[in-house]
Design a protein around this ligand. Structure first.
Ligand code: HEC
Ligand code: HEC
Length: 188
C-alpha cells in the first residue's frame, strides 16, 4: 500500500515537475487558511463562495492581487490576500489548479436557456467553460456564485471592461440561466 501510494505521489510530481512540486506542497500547507470557506480541495460547499478546484493558475494569482489592492472588492478576501506574499499566492494557485472540481445539477429549464445564451461566452471561456489561457475557468462553478458575479459586473461593483460590456446585454433571468448551465459543465 505504501509503495503504491508513493508511486502515485511520485509520478504525480514527475508530471508536475520538480519546481512545481515545491509550490504544490507549500500551496497545500497554506490552503489550510482557506479550507473553512473554499473546502479542503477547493470544492466549496457554500453557494456564494467560489470553487477554486481546477481554476487556472494565472487567474487565481490575478484575483488574489486584485483583492489585495482593492481592484476587486471583498472585505474577507482583502484581509486574507494582504497576509499572502507573491510566492504564497503562486503556490496556492498551483495547488488549487491541480484539484478536481465536483459538478452539481440544477433546474432543467434554466439550464436549457443558459445553454442557448452561452453562445455569447464560449469564445473566451471555452466550449466547456474550461477557460483557456488566462481566462477564468467557469465550468462546474456554483450557479449562485456565477449569477452573483454577473450581477456584480452589471452593477459595476466588479470591474473588468470586457465582462462589464458582455453583461450589459443580459437580463436577470439570463444571468440565472447562465449560472445554472455553467454549473453543469465539465471539461475534464
Ligand atoms: C471566510 C471565508 C473565506 C476564506 C477563509 C477564504 N476565502 Fe476566498 N473567497 C471567499 C468569498 C466569499 C469569495 C467571493 C468574493 C466575491 O464575491 O467577490 C472568495 C473569492 C476568492 C477567489 C476568487 C475566485 C474567483 O473565481 O474569482 C479566490 C482566488 C480566493 N477566494 C482564494 C482564497 C485563498 C487562496 C484563501 C486562503 C489563503 C481564501 N480564499 C480564503 C471566502 C473566503
Ligand atoms: C471577450 C472575452 C469574454 C467573453 C465573451 C466573456 N467573458 Fe467572462 N470573463 C472574461 C475575463 C477576461 C474575465 C476575468 C475578469 C476579471 O478579472 O474580473 C471573465 C470573468 C468571468 C466571470 C467571473 C469568474 C469568477 O470565477 O469570478 C464569470 C462568471 C464570467 N466571466 C462569465 C461569463 C459569461 C456567462 C459570459 C457570456 C455571457 C462571458 N463571461 C463572456 C472574458 C470574457
Amino acid at each position: 500500500m505504501f509503495k503504491i501510494t508513493s508511486l502515485i505521489i511520485g509520478s504525480f510530481f514527475i508530471v508536475l515537475g520538480e519546481a512545481n512540486a515545491n509550490e504544490f506542497l507549500l500551496g497545500k500547507e497554506k490552503s489550510k487558511l482557506c479550507s473553512s470557506c473554499h473546502g479542503l480541495n477547493g470544492n466549496s460547499i457554500f453557494p456564494l463562495t467560489p470553487k477554486l478546484a481546477g481554476q487556472n493558475v494565472d487567474y487565481i494569482v490575478n484575483q488574489l492581487k486584485a483583492f489585495k489592492t482593492g481592484r476587486r472588492n471583498n472585505d474577507t478576501m482583502k484581509l486574507i490576500s494582504q497576509s499572502l506574499s507573491n510566492i504564497e499566492m503562486f503556490a496556492l494557485a498551483t495547488f488549487y489548479s491541480t484539484q478536481d472540481s465536483n459538478i452539481l445539477n440544477g433546474n432543467a429549464l434554466l439550464i436549457k436557456k443558459g445553454k442557448e445564451k452561452y453562445s455569447m461566452c464560449w469564445g473566451c471561456h471555452g466550449n466547456n467553460g474550461e477557460g483557456p489561457g488566462s481566462y477564468p475557468r467557469i465550468a462546474g462553478q456554483h450557479s449562485q456564485y456565477t449569477t452573483q458575479q454577473l450581477n456584480n459586473y452589471k452593477k459595476g461593483v466588479r470591474f473588468n471592461p470586457v465582462m462589464n460590456a458582455v453583461v450589459a446585454e443580459l437580463s436577470v433571468i439570463d444571468m440565472e440561466a447562465l449560472g445554472a448551465y455553467i454549473a453543469t459543465l465539465s471539461p475534464d
